[in-house]
Design a protein around this ligand. Sequence first.
Ligand code: SIN
Length: 287
Amino acid sequence: MRNDYQHITVTPISGALGAEIGNVDLAADNPESVYDEINRALLENQVIFFRDQDITPKQHLAFAKRWGDLHQHPFMKGMDEFPDILEIKKTPSDKRNFGGGWHSDQMFAPKPAMGTILYAKETPTHGGDTMFANMYLAYDALSDGMKAMIGNMKAVSSGDNFKAAGGKTRKEVAGDNKSMTVLDPSPTEKTINAHPVVRIHPETGRKALYTGGHWRYFEDLTEGESEPLIDFLREHSTRPEFTCRFRWEDGSIAFWDNRCTQHFAIDDYPGQTRIMHRITVCGDEPF
Ligand code: SIN
């Protein structure tokens, strides 16, 4: 990896993925060459982090739109004034957080999210970190036999995956977190879809394992037949050496590439409040 950036600084935070970006104020009117470097840093590090940012919802939206159209979560209600922004909120009275399992955003959609830009508004004094895992490394570490076996398989993912949520539907889980509103998706929205188990990143051309908590079963296999391989691939994909962990402060921003990562919001801050603003950018159909 070259570190010949002209405008920004790029400091890796682990051996697997993730880098902190310095020397940029996302509220400023930066030249295009700064955003080109940010895009390069994202592709090279899979997830990038900014500290001490102070941006308005409109600036957050404008930054996200540089990477594509914005995606509204089919099951979660966005902010009244800014429906493209999902407020992720947990207060002391909520029993459960949002995103507390390994997943890649909207892998249940026909065209899952390309990227997610999460902005920390209010963070706990400690706890509430987010973990990320590098799905290129997870794929590369598989045996040749496993790569051959899964190379042409597809997995079916579901947006309302009660299996991954301890047997509960999203509506039931919503009862554990009253700070966020779960919607019934529009009847025309497809929230159960099959995608390749191994996907090719459309920009880097690299192969990545495309797994996460939304997986239900493999196409042409039953749930029972699929379960052992799903369990293996999920566990394998989040081995510690494929991961990094980000400690949030108010004003931090994480921008991750869902095409080659998974993430996990850690729910370890009882009695404290955590508020984040999330925007997801539309992606392509995985191939
Ligand atoms: C998410 O899954 O998008 C939530 C991540 C977080 O709150 O850290």
